[in-house]
Design a protein. Structure first.
Length: 94
């Protein structure tokens, strides 16, 4: 899976890494459902950190399509609400 984090770049995640990212996304999903801006910002930062920790950066000169796009760390809850097709999915489908 290729994940793009806006403002950071793309990361390759193998199947073992996806589970850790999905767990981090669960906190984002819960914050969205609760409408809690502070919890959302903390969970989004944690999700991005998890992607950065477990993912392998895609080289800047490699042009590959992203399977998932995660908003940047400064994105607000209001902004991301318009970004999601299904808030029950979180940012990472699955």
């Amino acid at each position: 899976m290729i994940i793009r984090v806006l403002g950071s770049g793309q990361y390759y995640l193998d199947d073992n890494d996806v589970a850790a990212v999905e767990r981090a996304d669960d906190a984002v999903e819960a914050a969205i459902a609760a409408g809690d801006q502070e919890a959302f910002q903390a969970a989004l930062r944690a999700l991005i950190e998890t992607i950065d920790d477990v993912g392998t950066p895609v080289a800047d000169d490699d042009f590959v399509a992203s399977d998932v796009v995660v908003p940047g760390a400064d994105t607000t809850l209001d902004e991301v609400s318009g970004y999601l097709d299904d808030a029950e999915e979180g940012l990472i489908p699955g």
